[in-house]
Design a protein around this ligand. Structure first.
Ligand code: NI
Length: 167
């Protein structure tokens, strides 16, 4: 296993549209293991492959308090969105920023598991929000896109400055 480098906003790699995974093979499973290790080390509750410079439709999530219930979704498709909930979100690619975002409260999602077998999941609350946030990453969308342009520009300037001084 290996820790992967997480791209930081406004890196253009975060804006790529990810491609579907054709075959769930050993390489994909290795990537998933590395993504999980990277997510736990960060620490975070979700990570999408484009955040680690792999533009493929793979996300990992674990909202359990102990971090012992990893969930991996390959080629996820959200098939149902209902209700609305506002939660404070953060993103490993936008460190230090937490802002309220409104999303659906309940979702249904279809995906392949890391064994390549299709499954459907019904999620609500934090898990539903987290999956929506990660699926957005596969479309090149970030949670800051839900904020006002003024706020987003301010964040972008701040992040660029941070990057200049990071070692
Ligand atoms: Ni994120």
């Amino acid at each position: 296993m290996a820790l992967l480098h997480i791209l930081r906003y406004p890196d253009p790699g975060l804006r790529l549209i990810s491609a579907p995974v054709a075959t769930v093979d050993g390489e994909v499973r290795q990537l998933i293991d590395d993504m999980l290790e990277t997510m736990y080390a960060a620490p975070g509750v979700g990570l999408a492959a484009p955040q680690v410079s792999v533009a493929q439709r793979i996300i990992v999530v674990d909202i359990s308090p102990k971090g012992d219930a990893p969930l991996c979704l390959i080629n996820p498709e959200i098939t149902s969105l209902t209700g609305g909930v506002v939660m404070e979100e953060g993103c490993l690619s936008v460190p230090g920023l937490h802002e309220n975002v409104e999303r659906a409260e309940q979702i249904k999602v279809q995906a392949l598991g890391c064994d390549g077998v299709p499954f459907e999941l019904e999620a609500e609350g934090l898990l539903a929000v987290c999956i929506q946030h990660e699926v957005d990453h596969l479309e090149g969308k970030l949670f800051v896109d839900y904020l006002s342009e003024l706020k987003r520009n301010r964040i972008q300037k701040k992040m660029e400055k941070q990057r200049r001084f990071s070692m």
